[in-house]
Design a protein around this ligand. Structure first.
Ligand code: ATP
Length: 296
């Protein structure tokens, strides 16, 4: 028996860091949403006991370091599952890009194995298990649009934003999330985005309000270190993007665009500059529709 699960990337509409915590994590406040750029996770039931993984991208770990393997291992041990699974990841989301690809693969594995192994766990229960794998995994279990607080694991679902196009561009550099957070001086953040303003714009289906409320404090660390990230932002703005922001700790930058005619112009301008460019839709629609889309 084999099932396929879609694992969509996320973008940050806002990312704020409120404080450094005693446990070493940062207290964050983020509005996140899923986009239609997704890995496909195929789960094949194995009669034997083992958990194996293969990924279409050779540089992604295929052992216990892979977040999808971690997810399968936790479910198998916690619920005494006798059978095993072979996980195949068709990688479409750029790696170490600020798009939570690994977290989304883990979340898709949790949702898929819940069905394949007949565990009958709720999404809430899967999200709690996801916390053990990574801070972004609970959000990825639900998908859609949400406010994430704490270290990112506390998720409050929101309605879908106004539909639009998202043009993503990733320069050919690897950015370490730990390093970016390590170089952030929380007491000296110049401008905090307002999650409330973003939530209001989303609930009002106010596309331009959403563009105005975009903000990510980690840009203050990543932009000065990686000039390409700023260049991509500028190129997107010059090409007519309605809103532009870096996602997560970067280096991926995205443009929000309402008019389809502008999408081609921005895409082509970027393709002359970087190889990894994607034009996709926000995963819009009602919450139930979004969940139905990402569950299969
Ligand atoms: P986030 O936005 O949550 O910080 P990211 O998009 O920056 O995530 P990922 O693509 O999730 O980063 O990859 C980060 C690291 O995780 C990679 O360098 C890789 O070694 C490891 N990793 C583990 N499992 C996976 C997976 N299934 N897919 C991609 N990377 C994985």
């Amino acid at each position: 028996m084999r099932i396929s699960v879609k694992a969509p990337a996320k973008i940050n509409l806002t990312l704020d860091v409120l404080a450094k915590r005693q446990d070493g994590y940062h207290e964050v406040e983020m509005v996140m949403t899923t986009v239609d750029l997704a890995d496909r996770v195929d789960l094949t039931l194995l009669a034997g006991d083992e958990i194996t993984l293969e990924c279409s991208a050779s540089f992604v770990p295929d052992d216990e370091r892979n977040h999808a393997v971690k997810a399968a291992r936790i479910l198998k041990e916690r619920f005494g599952v006798k059978s095993g699974v072979h996980i195949y990841i068709d990688k479409q989301i750029p790696v170490a890009a600020g798009l939570a690809g690994g977290s989304s693969d883990a979340a898709a594995t949790l949702r898929g194995l819940n069905r394949l192994w007949g565990l009958q766990l709720s999404l809430e229960e899967l999200a709690v298990i996801g916390e053990e794998i990574g801070s972004d995994v609970p959000f990825c279990v639900y998908g859609g649009t949400a406010l994430a607080t704490g270290r990112g694991e506390q998720v409050k679902l929101l309605s879908a934003p106004a539909p639009c196009w998202v043009v993503l561009a990733k320069p050919p550099i690897g950015v370490s999330t730990a390093e970016v957070y390590g170089n952030l001086n929380v007491d000296n953040i110049r401008e905090h985005p307002s999650a409330q303003e973003m939530i209001q714009a989303i609930s009002d289906q106010d596309f331009l309000g959403m563009c105005r409320a975009l903000g990510n404090v980690l840009e203050e660390v990543t932009l000065p270190r990686y000039p390409q990230v700023r260049q991509i932002k500028n190129l997107m703005i010059e090409s007519g993007a309605d809103g532009v922001l870096m996602s997560g700790s970067g280096p991926t930058v995205y443009a929000l665009v309402q008019k389809e005619a502008k999408v081609c112009r921005i895409y082509n301008a970027l393709r002359g500059f970087v190889k990894d460019v994607y034009a996709v839709r926000l995963l819009g629609g009602t919450e139930a529709e979004v969940l139905a889309q990402i569950r299969t």
